[in-house]
Design a protein around this ligand. Structure first.
Ligand code: C2E
Ligand code: MG
Ligand code: MG
Length: 663
């Protein structure tokens, strides 16, 4: 018997115990559901209070009156606490305090027990059948209602049913009579029926709440994924754009300051390529952490993608922006320790500050990017502030880049040739091909402007291939000893496309390789690599000549003269310009001429503008001269005409100059 009792009591306890598997959020929602409709609580309180008063009034028994008074008091306090709970909820975001669950539990059980006690007292202390019906009905109705209302907390609802129905059942049994016994049995069975209804309702409610909770968890997770950069943990590009727009719109006035920084690591690709992506990723995480530290609570950090970061600082004017920029740059003074590597990393940054630098969020961002470009262009490891002149330049650059894409197909590009004369014979030795662009709207554009644009896009390769082809074709109309020189951009020296384009131009035109000279500048040695020397020697193996252009202005080492066998050295016009006045310029030009002579390398004195400079060039022993005083660059037709005239009249550069002087 005792083991049977233990079994049932354990089962009951297990059924009544709160479910610890449920998440705190679901538990919290269940407590809230108890207080969810204070109106129903109040209606119950009013009904309970009124009926107990009627019973007490008619019974005229002090015990019943005392119970009715207690019922009234408990009902009142529960109604007040429900209103109070709702108020507290309105002012608080977090979970409800556990005391509310306990308070409800005690109040509910106390109220149920008092109703049960009222029915018991009415049934046992009075003989009035109508009062019996009233009190039993009150308990039965209450128990029926409670099963659904308090299903959020099963043990409370079942406890209430038991506290209300058991004393009533007992009272009915004591009062006696067939009808009362039948009623007692039914009320007793009602306890189990209500318990079952409560549990079923509870299960449905919990499942619904759990589903809702899981959905909200999932939504939070997705929102996080959508807003934050999974690698570095800072906001991502989309979130940054939204934030910027939002902050911009929320400014109190159009005059409110706001700074946007666009930062990019210098040579990150090299780190990534040489040390691997894992190290690269770790470096980006460290950079994000340092940026967040530098900006602190002055703004927001976001990763725009790759190694680019955006920082938004609301309220930061020019002075504050400068300070923040200095703080950020200071973060890069110390090496980054990544997986045992000490990485020295520098960064470049563009700054745009509203309202001076832009009136819309997109515009501000664009201008910060423009300023970043300037910082990179000026040598990296620095920050630059946007200026409107940058914008004008960029617009022109953009227009030129767009135009350049179709310029070749539209026949807007052409080659001019500038003859280079042999100082001994006075005859034309080489003609340098110099590209011209006749833009349909902007007119003639200098190669000094459009070649760098072609270099920064992928257009330079096709443009150079075209120049090589055209120059070789034109050179086929010249005397056999005259060479053609074509300028080659430093970036192309590393590309396989160059030897291919050279061979195609030679084969296509039938020009002998020794008549083609490629002019490269010293900057090809800035990022010297095995590829540079490989391609240079490959080109020379074909029989091509190599000229070092603008000699003396770039890379200040003579070491490469030993390593690379150039055929011609072209001394930059800046030295030749000063030979008349400056003894130092004369000394430099003279030394280069000697050096080249000893190395058995031809020389060209570039940019000869006066007869005095020409005389010096000859005296110093330059093998060739080039300059406006001799001849300006001209069209292929004009060059042919000049060549024909010189041949017919057996003239040389001296007679040419005499003719010009006379004219
Ligand atoms: P560069 O190769 O040093 O060419 C010589 C430049 O000096 C030419 O300018 C020429 O017109 C100019 N020049 C010649 N004699 C004198 C002189 O006596 N006084 C002065 N002040 N200038 C003189 P241009 O044609 O404007 O070309 C500028 C630069 O553009 C060239 O410098 C070259 O680096 C580049 N370039 C021109 N055509 C091409 C090309 O087809 N491909 C590539 N990659 N670059 C080119
Ligand atoms: Mg040149
Ligand atoms: Mg030059």
């Amino acid at each position: 018997m005792s083991s049977l009792f233990r079994h049932w009591s354990a089962k009951l306890r297990a059924r009544l115990a709160p479910d610890t598997q449920q998440s705190a959020e679901v538990q919290d929602s269940l407590v809230r559901s108890l207080y969810a409709s204070p109106a129903s609580l109040m209606i119950g309180a009013v009904a309970g209070g009124a009926l107990s008063y009627v019973v007490a009034h008619h019974a005229q028994r002090v015990e019943i009156s005392a119970i009715a008074a207690l019922i009234f008091l408990v009902a009142l306090s529960r109604s007040v606490s429900a209103v109070y709970f709702q108020r507290e909820l309105a002012h608080q975001d977090g979970p409800t305090r556990p005391i509310w669950g306990l308070a409800y539990e005690l109040g509910a059980w106390g109220y149920a027990a008092l109703l049960g006690l009222l029915a018991f007292a009415t049934l046992t202390l009075t003989e009035d059948a109508s009062l019996h019906i009233l009190s039993v009905c009150l308990v039965a109705a209450y128990s029926g209602g409670i099963a659904g209302r308090n299903a959020g907390r099963v043990h409370i609802a079942i406890g209430q049913t038991c506290f209300a129905l058991l004393p009533t059942t007992l009272g009915l049994c004591i009062a006696g009579g067939l009808g009362y016994w039948v009623l007692a049995t039914m009320l007793f069975l009602m306890i189990f029926a209500m318990a079952e209804i409560t549990r079923t309702t509870h299960r449905i409610v919990v499942e619904a709440l759990q589903g809702k909770y899981e959905k909200s968890q999932l939504a939070t997770k997705f929102e996080r994924l959508a807003r934050f950069d999974s690698l570095t943990g800072v906001e991502n590009r989309m979130a940054m754009q939204m934030r910027l727009r939002d902050l911009f719109d929320r400014r109190r006035s159009d005059q409110d300051a706001m700074a946007v920084f666009w930062m990019d690591l210098d040579r990150f690709k090299e780190i990534n390529d040489s040390l691997g992506h894992i190290i690269g990723d770790q470096l980006l995480c460290s950079v994000a952490a340092r940026l967040s530290h530098a900006v602190d609570d002055r703004g927001y950090v976001a990763r725009f993608g790759g190694d680019e970061f955006i920082l938004i600082c609301p309220g930061a004017d020019s002075a504050v922006a400068e300070q923040i920029a200095a703080d950020i740059m200071a973060e890069f003074v110390h090496d980054f320790d990544v997986s045992g590597y000490h990485l020295t990393v520098t960064a470049s940054m563009g700054i745009a500050v509203a309202p001076d630098d832009g009136r819309g969020s997109e515009e501000l961002l664009q201008h910060a990017d423009m300023a970043l470009y300037k910082a990179k262009h000026d040598g990296r490891n620095r920050h630059a502030r946007f200026s409107w002149s940058m914008k004008e330049r960029q617009n022109r650059t953009y227009e030129l880049e767009m135009g350049l894409r179709t310029a070749m197909a539209n026949g807007e590009l052409l080659l001019h040739y500038q003859p280079i004369f042999d100082t001994v014979t006075g005859k034309i030795a080489i003609c340098e091909a110099l590209m011209r662009w006749d833009h349909p709207v902007m007119g003639r554009i200098s190669p000094a402007e459009f070649i760098p644009i072609a270099e920064s896009s992928s257009l330079i390769e096709s443009i150079t291939a075209w120049a090589l082809e055209q120059a070789c074709r034109d050179a086929m109309h010249w005397e056999d000893h005259v060479r053609v020189a074509v300028n080659i951009s430093p970036a192309l020296i590393k590309s396989d496309g160059l030897p291919r384009a050279v061979i195609a131009a030679l084969l296509g035109s039938g020009l002998k390789a020794r008549r083609l000279e490629l002019e490269v500048t010293e900057s090809i040695f800035l990022e010297d690599s095995g590829r540079t020397s490989l391609i240079l020697s490959e080109l020379q193996r074909i029989g091509l000549r190599l000229a070092l252009d603008d000699f003396g202005t770039g890379y200040s080492s003579l070491g490469y003269l030993r390593d690379y066998a150039f055929d011609t050295l072209k001394v930059d016009q800046s030295f030749m310009r000063g030979v008349g006045e400056s003894g130092r310029d004369r000394a430099i030009a003279q030394s280069v001429a000697y050096l080249a002579h000893s190395l058995d390398v031809e020389t060209v004195a570039e940019g000869i503008e006066t007869e005095e400079q020409l005389r010096y060039a000859r005296e110093m022993g330059f093998s060739n001269v080039q300059g406006f005083v001799l001849s300006k660059p001209m069209t292929a037709d004009d060059l042919l005409e000049m060549m024909g005239k010189m041949k017919r009249e057996r003239s040389d550069v001296v007679t040419l100059m005499k003719d010009r002087r006379r004219a």
